[in-house]
Design a protein around this ligand. Structure first.
Ligand SMILES: [Mn+2]
Length: 430
């Protein structure tokens, strides 16, 4: 981390007032874990090296199709967004990269790279946008993009994705995430098979241009913006795509893109087993694709997903290297505060999953001891790992309590004065 937007004095002052209590809590948890045969420092080391990417669009206030209520000091452009991401990274030390959405974040790539390097930030996956029409765009995506009936529209969508790859090459990105809004609103509107064939052919053209070392992530979503059928609607279709395209194609799982009550952790397990799990967009939901803060509604589900991830990590699953990103909409909170806490929620689920007694679990499973098997997971989940997260943050120079430091520093007040409100050029959630 080079330049810092929150004064180091404030971080130190705030940490100093919490350091003694943290030390006691960490030692007490260390004692407890050591009785369970777990070395707390090993867990802390893993947590400290776990990163989750911030989506550039996440630092602006979100909204619904009914209204958007902008907050103060919203980022005016990608350079403001990078500064907000730098604050999140400085205080949490858990978010080393930013994920860009093109064309929302279009700017000179060299300038972008310099802006991020100032704060020691890197770039995660590039995201293309063919679900809305950009200003001055020749052909409309109203009736689809990569699966559109008109070859000229498909060509335009392919070229846009290739441009995203080009920009990403300069930035040091290593992946392209493709989510499309293609689908239909009426039975009969679209021929399912033909639309999917057109999509696959278009994706082949993008896949063929992937640079060495890059991965292609496709993201499924059950519905919305299309309300009757969606071309890439579920993980089954997503898996077919990854299979059809080849070894550099992987499935991306956005937690909010499933029907309510779907067993997402089991989908994760299947994708891991067949070497096609690309990564995650973390968020939470109650009813649909609500894009609520990660871990705010069902933290146990998040833990169960991480239980699968840790299982894969420890067993050395083939091709297992998932990308992690937050993808949520902040309608009533300060986005920076939400993102800092959400990054911690992801780390928390990871830390808890690392505490699962896997040997005991396997025995209970073999013995058909359902009660003890599930209690083994619960014992890990019930452990308050906050001292591990806080210690990992503070040892890396971050804040023991990121929200408290952020508020004490008055960052939002400062940028509200510096950034006059502008009419947003868009900022959807995907
Ligand atoms: Mn997403």
């Amino acid at each position: 981390m080079t330049e810092q937007l929150i004064s180091a004095d404030i971080v130190e002052r705030e940490n100093a007032s919490r350091q003694a209590a943290l030390k006691r809590d960490y030692e007490a948890l260390g004692d407890q874990l050591s009785r369970r045969g777990i070395a707390i420092d090993e867990i802390k080391k893993k947590v400290a090296s776990f990163g989750v990417a911030i989506p550039s669009w996440g630092v602006g206030t979100g909204g619904t199709r009914f209204a958007r209520f902008p907050g103060g000091g919203e980022p005016r452009d990608i350079f403001d967004k990078i500064e907000d991401c730098a604050v999140i990274a400085q205080l949490t030390r858990a978010t080393p990269t930013v994920s860009l959405h093109i064309p929302w974040d279009k700017a000179d790539p060299t300038r972008l790279k310099q802006a991020a390097s100032r704060f020691g930030l890197g770039f995660d996956a590039m995201n293309s946008n063919t679900f809305s029409d950009a200003k001055d765009q020749k052909l409309s995506y109203k009736y689809g993009s990569l699966s559109h009936a008109d070859a000229a529209v498909r060509k335009q969508a392919v070229e846009h994705n290739l441009e995203c790859i080009e920009i990403g090459k300069t930035l040091g990105s290593r992946a392209l995430t493709v989510w499309i809004g293609d689908g239909s609103n009426f039975p009969g509107q679209v021929n399912f098979a033909k639309a999917f064939r057109r999509y696959l052919d278009a994706m082949q053209e993008i896949y063929a241009e992937l640079p060495d070392g890059w991965r292609l992530f496709t993201e499924h979503k059950m519905y919305e913006p299309a309300f009757y059928s969606t071309v890439v609607q579920d993980w089954g279709t997503n898996y077919l795509i990854a299979q059809e395209l080849g070894p550099k194609a992987y499935c991306l799982v956005d937690l909010g893109h499933h029907a309510p009550n779907v067993n997402i952790e089991m989908i994760v397990s299947r994708l891991i087993q067949f070497g096609k799990l690309g990564g995650f967009h973390f968020n939470d939901s109650k009813y649909g694709d609500d894009d609520l803060d990660t871990g705010s509604i069902d933290p146990y589900r998040l833990f169960l997903i991480f239980n699968e991830l840790v299982d894969a990590e420890l067993s050395g699953a083939r091709g297992f290297d998932p990308a992690h990103m937050l993808d949520q909409s902040h309608n009533v909170t300060d986005p920076i505060e939400s993102l800092m806490l959400s990054a911690a929620e992801v780390q928390r689920a990871y830390a808890q999953a690392l505490l699962v007694d896997r040997k005991a679990l396997a025995c209970f499973q073999d013995d058909n001891d359902a009660l003890m098997a599930t209690q083994t997971l619960k014992a890990a989940y019930r452990t308050d790992v906050e001292p591990i997260l806080a210690m990992a943050r503070s040892e890396k120079g971050g804040a023991i309590d990121p929200v408290a430091v952020y508020r004490a520093a008055g960052y939002r007040r400062k940028v509200t004065a510096q950034r006059p409100a502008v009419v947003s050029g868009g900022g959807g959630i995907v």
